[in-house]
Write a protein that binds this ligand. Structure first.
Ligand code: BGC
Length: 442
């Protein structure tokens, strides 16, 4: 009782505003990072080849989803972001595994029983192995293959879900896997990264039209709200008064943050090599998902060099750098405010589809949550149409190339025993949800 009252008072002092009654509060996850034993996707194969640590049983969420959703409920979440594991649903090309569709129906029914709104991502990085063998997103055929998956998804699950995210962070996948060579298939080719982006944008746009059309024609399907989860970064110049640093910052803001989103709204040019008018991309977002984690300082020594994106400065010697997380990312809460304000220009609902911190120090996570929600409420106070906040992540999960070395969860998972332990920061987040959500509309 004492803790509750004290935390309520602290929260009131810290936060500037009440959140609307229908605000979506919760956490986000992705199938490969929590389910376990996803034998049929590309990441699993790379893991078995020793390219990264094996995800193994992950959080065994495939079997423990009920227990995990109960925890989310106890923590006052009214929304939950999850992703479908495409490689379970379509293990062989064009052969649906109906028992796996039933699995996800059960998962969604469980959320519905708990009155937790699902936000479902169709694809969060992993693809079925058979598709990887065909060249994955580099192969144009992938577009129609994804659209076929989207069609089956709306047919099977459309009566249970309103909020859909077609793709998670196309730019991260395209650039980490095809340009920087840090993720499988470890290519280093700028042109390939752009091709992947193009195919992903096209897949989103075509799926958007098809899912809406299917819903219009079938009365049992909920009218969908379809978005994309976009990775965004707060870019600042390394040297405040350097014109060349500023120019690279503008290029990165465009290419990394706004390019894809703007093309899905305006259908106009944005990314070199992509002709959006042929992509049917105009007005294909019902909301914008933002995944925000950190700030980067950008430096470019020569104004007229071909490296128009410049370079990311080391944080070690930067006078303004804040604390650094276990991922080596700078904590910069104001970046959330800056990005929300900048995406408000599109006049579409915004959903924070990921925001979180890898750390073993849970009090740092608590401060992170407090400071980011403060910036979120500040942006809303200035009129930004934010409809939800989904913390990354509910559970300590499999962190891609970093394996199990990084902990992002609100809930600690012992990966040997699968024991879940709620962290104090999760309780703090719950008290914000409980105490700062307005019960009546104003
Ligand atoms: C991804 C997640 C990942 C998180 C932390 C996001 O870019 O969508 O899958 O775990 O960042 O790295």
């Amino acid at each position: 009782m004492g803790f509750c009252y004290l935390s309520f008072l602290i929260i009131l002092v810290v936060m500037r505003k009440w959140f609307p009654e229908k605000f979506l509060w919760g956490a986000a996850t992705s199938s490969h990072q929590v389910e376990g034993n996803n034998f049929f996707n590309d990441w699993w194969k790379w893991e078995q080849e020793g390219k990264t640590q094996s995800s193994g049983a992950a959080c065994d969420h495939y079997h423990r989803f009920r227990e995990d959703f109960l925890l989310a409920k106890e923590l006052k979440h009214n929304a939950h972001r999850l992703s479908l594991e495409w490689s379970r649903l379509e293990k062989e090309e064009n052969v649906w595994d109906e028992s796996e569709w039933d699995h996800y129906k059960t998962v969604l029914d469980e959320l519905s029983k708990l009155r937790i709104t699902p936000i479902v991502t169709l694809n969060h990085f992993t693809v079925p192995l058979w598709l990887a063998k065909k060249g994955s997103w580099l192969n144009e055929e992938c577009v129609n293959i994804f659209v076929r998956f989207a069609q089956k998804t709306i047919k099977e699950l459309g009566s249970k879900v309103q909020y859909w995210i077609t793709l998670n962070e196309p730019n991260i996948l395209a650039f980490l896997a095809y340009y920087y060579g840090e993720w499988p298939p470890y290519h280093k080719n700028f042109g390939e990264a752009l091709t992947v982006m193009k195919h992903m944008i096209k897949s989103h746009a075509k799926s958007y039209h098809l899912m809406h059309e299917y819903a219009r024609k079938n009365s049992d399907i909920i009218c969908p709200k379809i978005g994309m989860a976009k990775a965004v970064t707060a870019f600042h110049p390394c040297r405040a008064f350097s014109v060349s640093d500023q120019t690279s910052v503008l290029c990165r803001k465009w290419l990394h943050n706004h390019g894809a989103v703007s093309s899905l709204i305006n259908g106009r040019i944005l990314i070199p090599g992509i002709k959006p008018e042929k992509l049917y991309a105009k007005k294909t977002l019902d909301f914008i998902g933002l995944n925000y984690y950190f700030r980067q300082f950008i430096r470019r020594d020569k104004l007229f060099s071909k490296h128009f994106l410049g370079e990311v400065c080391s944080l070690d010697h930067h006078p303004d750098a804040g604390k650094i997380t276990d991922m080596g990312w700078e904590i910069y809460p104001k970046g959330l405010y800056e990005l929300i304000r900048s995406f408000s220009r599109y006049k579409l609902p915004l959903m924070i589809t990921e925001n979180g911190i890898a750390t073993e120090d849970d009090s740092l996570r608590q401060t992170f949550i407090k400071q980011h929600l403060d910036q979120l409420s500040r942006a809303m106070e200035e009129g930004s149409p934010v409809i939800g906040y989904l913390h990354w992540s509910l559970l300590d999960n499999f962190e891609w190339a970093e394996g199990y070395t990084k902990r992002f969860g609100l809930v600690h998972v012992d990966h040997k025993t699968q024991k879940r332990t709620v962290k104090p920061s999760a309780r703090y987040y719950a008290s914000i949800i409980q105490n700062l959500t307005r019960k009546t509309t104003s």
